[in-house]
Design a protein. Structure first.
Length: 386
């Protein structure tokens, strides 16, 4: 399949553009970053192509699913799934080639894994864009654990992993559940872990963080999802956070073992210089411009302090990350360390530091987080171009 030199919608030659696979988590600011790619008229952006919603997608569902149809916090834009409209068959719900198992099955597949149906489905999505002369940009919340497989299957694509502080990401998911009665972003991480309990990275993380998983590996997908919803209803907030953090950790350990581009979602929001650097990195690798919509009126709230059990889980995650240091790319390891350690900083205290990694790879822990000692104190957007 040839992805070279698709024509832009305005007729301007676009050069050698490359498909973008954006690997994110629920409430990680991934939609905001994807919107910055989708705004390019030469891009065809596909939102959550592995979502279970793909099985029943219709023009009516597409029209009704917008950032303003729920308290999303997402920037204003067309309906999320608009680009799938041209793939639908008349009077037949669902995106051709999609299987409901794609949502949670084999979510931590290694590079050598065989998933021919998933590969064929994603190739169809890419082909739909390139046939129209546009560059596909796919945004996933269900791919972090299978970045290695996606890289091996689609080596021509730019694979970018988005990481956000897990406690801040969790605060957003908890807010959806507590305030808006929307437990989806709390339930799905647990469901994904339960459906992949036999994956080595999942077993290792859940053991380290003491997260018990329901036995749902062989259950019908709909019954498994309902069982997880009921389980979440009865868990304490500390146990809910433990499962959420375990999912974050399993995805990070899997994704950061690859040579993907890693994006710090916090720095993209706060640092104009970091945005410029990452915009340049994306452009070098894909030919696309990352045009992030920055709202100067947007406020950033500090996530609530972790309680005792949550702090223990955070410390266990940091220890587990350190044990895997040699298996991870240095820059990705340094970023993950900072994101985990930030929640453990107390006023006036020194930030946790991995001295062995700092001595071996000084750049790995010297990220552009000039605000790391007090990471939620200020923003760095004074020189930003709006």
């Amino acid at each position: 399949m040839n992805f070279v030199s698709p024509a832009r919608m305005d007729g301007t030659p676009s050069g050698n553009l490359t498909p973008v696979f954006l690997h994110t988590g629920w409430r990680s600011r991934g939609t905001w970053i994807w919107a910055g790619l989708r705004a390019d008229p030469g891009v065809m952006g596909f939102y959550e192509p592995l979502s279970e919603a793909m099985a029943g997608l219709t023009p009516e569902v597409i029209a009704a699913t917008r950032p303003d149809s729920w308290p999303s916090g997402h920037p204003s834009m067309p309906p999320y799934w608009s680009e799938f409209a041209g793939m639908l068959r008349p009077n037949v719900p669902g995106v051709p080639g999609y299987r409901t198992t794609f949502a949670t099955e084999h979510a931590f597949a290694g590079a050598a894994g065989s998933q021919p149906e998933l590969a064929a489905y994603l190739r169809g999505v890419l082909l739909h864009a390139t046939t129209a002369g546009r560059t596909p940009a796919l945004k996933f919340c269900r791919s972090m654990g299978r970045v290695a497989w996606m890289q091996a299957t689609f080596p021509h694509a730019l694979h970018a992993v988005v990481l956000r502080r897990p406690d801040a990401q969790w605060a957003s998911a908890r807010h959806q559940m507590e305030v808006h009665d929307n437990p989806y972003c709390v339930t799905m991480p647990l469901l994904t872990l339960a459906r992949n309990a036999d994956a080595p990275v999942v077993a290792r993380v859940c053991r380290a963080l003491r997260v018990p998983l329901p036995r749902l590996r062989q259950a019908d997908p709909a019954r498994a999802a309902e069982a997880c919803r009921q389980m979440v209803d009865h868990l304490s907030w500390a146990d809910r956070y433990g499962a959420f953090l375990a999912h974050w950790m399993a995805g990070a350990l899997a994704a950061l073992a690859t040579d993907c581009l890693v994006l710090d979602a916090d720095m993209l929001l706060w640092s104009a210089q970091y945005r410029r650097d990452m915009t340049a990195a994306v452009a070098r690798r894909s030919g696309l411009r990352l045009n992030l919509p920055i709202d100067p009126e947007r406020t950033v709230t500090t996530p609530p302090a972790l309680d005792g059990e949550e702090t223990e889980a955070q410390q266990a995650a940091l220890t587990l990350l350190q044990e895997h240091r040699t298996a991870l790319a240095p820059e990705g390891y340094g970023l993950a360390w900072n994101l985990l350690a930030a929640a453990l900083i107390r006023p006036g205290a020194e930030a946790p530091r991995d001295e062995a990694a700092a001595a071996e790879e000084p750049s790995a822990l010297s990220s552009p987080r000039s605000w790391f000692r007090n990471p939620w104190a200020h923003r760095e957007d004074a020189d930003a171009t709006r």
